[in-house]
Design a protein around this ligand. Structure first.
Ligand SMILES: Nc1ncnc2c1ncn2[C@@H]1O[C@H](COP(=O)(O)OP(=O)(O)OP(=O)(O)O)[C@@H](O)[C@H]1O
Ligand SMILES: [Mg+2]
Length: 506
């Protein structure tokens, strides 16, 4: 029944906020090493605290040499359960003892201090709670909770319970036991307080379940929920709660109940080393998982389609070959052979796409079989041509790879057909395909050391069908450019944008 949540937990997420935190800490404060890592872990997991407290949280770190007098806001988090008082970016704001004596008092006393204070950068007043952050017994920073001043309204049960849990976490922060020492990379789809929260006592008795949590439990088939019952008694497995308490670390787990998938995140609560229960966040991820599965089967379907297209193209090529063999006219036979070759080069791309999980192909996988198709068309007695592939074009989307395969096929065939007209006297010849990625473009050079293009050759008015196809694909379908350079032999250079939108052929 239990399946550990693996999705999204492979590798830490890139968080630009944490990068600035490190830079700012190094430039303005004396916090380094373990203490800095402690603050990083705190801001990686403090969205839960902001949501529980319905308020903005700021991380204030003393400026080096001015401890207790001046602080800098190194990070902030807004609640998803309430309105923010700081719609603007507060990071790098300086806070001093004149503006906020309460902050200085909390720092001097090393205790949680509460009171009214002005909003940073404004005259409006807020309810301020300053929580000392300790790491390894040392006071290193302050966390402030900045809430609107409530005008005598009695908070509802949910609000009271959440604020209680926040206060518990605040005490843990002051003790140095939150953030948890063991790092856990929070999965991308990790449940948040607003998704559903269950507060548990020691022994996993349910003390409170938020309305969203109750709904999720209903979907799991748990209808007989009453406060005071043990999680296990209502049919909810509670091993994650025990595990989290024992490990002094959050545990994330996915439970499947029939059609329903529930993601759990258990944060253990402590007083010193004494377990006090846990906060369990639960999120119904049934729809999310269904979409994952659909996407997966969609990928498989696309791969299967590519496979079938490849098979069909190979059948067409084989039929053409049979037809060609029956023809008397050399010209007609050649025309059929060329068509067969073009079709085979398209089949190669579909074959590669049918093996990929994405719609991208490594072009280096395509180029080898493409060269083989052309090599096979060179009859054995003049088989002294050498083909070489250099460089790499990286991964290309299927809609670029397919025309590019056809283009390369034509250009290689031209080198075979026209660059070395006197094979008998001239031994050997080299055809090199050079692939490169230049910025957002793929550059493909097909180079031969043959006789070069004929006098008066005009690329824009090609005599044959081959270059006409090439021009249409490069300029029209791919929105790229083509040049023909007379070197030792011929160099045809093609550049195709990879990210740019496709230009429609007129
Ligand atoms: N690598 C090359 N070396 C020398 N001449 C070339 C080269 N590539 C193209 N040409 C010249 O350009 C002409 C046009 O090529 P194009 O591919 O359009 O037609 P083709 O090869 O003659 O016929 P098709 O490709 O339709 O079978 C060729 O006939 C040849 O004279
Ligand atoms: Mg040609």
């Amino acid at each position: 029944m239990h399946a550990p949540a693996v999705r999204g937990s492979c590798g830490p997420r890139y968080d630009p906020g944490v990068t600035t935190l490190v830079e700012l800490a190094q430039t303005h404060t004396g916090v380094t090493g373990d203490q800095l890592a402690h603050l990083q872990r705190l801001v990686a997991s403090w969205n839960v605290l902001a949501d529980l407290s319905f308020a903005d949280l700021l991380l204030l770190v003393p400026i080096e040499g001015e401890e207790g007098h001046r602080f800098m806001v190194l990070d902030q988090v807004r609640p998803m359960t309430g309105q923010t008082l700081y719609p603007q970016d507060m990071v790098e704001t300086l806070v001093d003892e004149v503006e906020r004596p309460l902050v200085t008092r909390a720092w001097r006393l090393g205790e949680i201090v509460e009171g009214d204070a002005p909003l940073l950068g404004a005259s409006e007043r807020v309810r301020l709670q300053c929580v000392p952050i300790r790491c390894g017994g040392r006071l290193i920073a302050l966390l402030t909770r900045e809430a609107p001043i409530t005008s005598g309204r009695r908070p509802g049960e949910l609000e009271r319970v959440f604020l209680d849990v926040f206060d518990r976490f605040a005490l843990m922060i002051a003790e140095g036991s939150f953030p948890f020492a063991r790092e856990e990379v929070e999965p991308e789809d990790a449940p948040r307080v607003g998704d559903g929260a269950i507060v548990l006592d020691v022994g996993a008795h349910i003390r409170f379940a938020s309305p969203n949590a109750v709904t999720s439990m209903h979907r799991m088939g748990i209808h007989a929920y009453t406060s005071g019952l043990r999680l296990a008694d209502v049919g909810f497995e509670d091993s994650a709660v025990e595990m989290a308490a024992r490990a002094h670390a959050p545990i994330t787990e996915e439970i499947e109940r029939g059609e329903t998938s529930i993601l759990l995140r258990v944060l253990p609560l402590f007083e010193g080393n004494r377990p006090l229960g846990a906060l369990m966040l639960i999120r119904d991820v049934t729809d999310l998982r269904r979409r994952d599965r659909l996407l997966m089967s969609k990928d498989a379907t696309i791969r299967e389609i590519h496979h079938r297209v490849k098979n069909n193209l190979q059948t067409i090529a084989a039929l053409l070959r049979l037809q060609g063999r029956r023809l008397e006219s050399k010209e007609a036979r050649q025309a059929i052979q060329e068509s067969e070759r073009r079709i085979r080069s398209i089949a190669i791309v579909h074959e590669t796409l049918s093996r990929e999980a994405t719609d991208f192909v490594a072009f280096s996988d395509i180029i080898k079989p493409l060269v083989r198709v052309v090599e096979e068309s060179v009859s054995t007695e003049e088989g002294s041509l050498r083909f070489k592939v250099e460089g790499d074009a990286g991964d290309l989307p299927g809609e670029v790879a397919t025309p590019l395969a056809v283009i390369l096929n034509e250009l290689m065939q031209n080198a075979v057909d026209h660059a070395f007209p006197d094979q008998g006297t001239r031994l050997g010849g080299n055809v090199t395909i050079h692939l490169a990625r230049v910025g957002d473009e793929v550059q493909v050079d097909v180079v031969d050391d043959g006789v070069g293009p004929p006098e008066g050759f005009d690329l824009d008015n090609p005599s044959g069908l081959g270059l006409q196809i090439v021009l249409a694909l490069v300029r029209g379908e791919l929105g790229g450019s083509i040049e023909l350079l007379r070197e030792e032999g011929t160099r045809v250079r093609i550049r195709v944008p990879v990210a740019a939108p496709r230009v429609e052929v007129s």
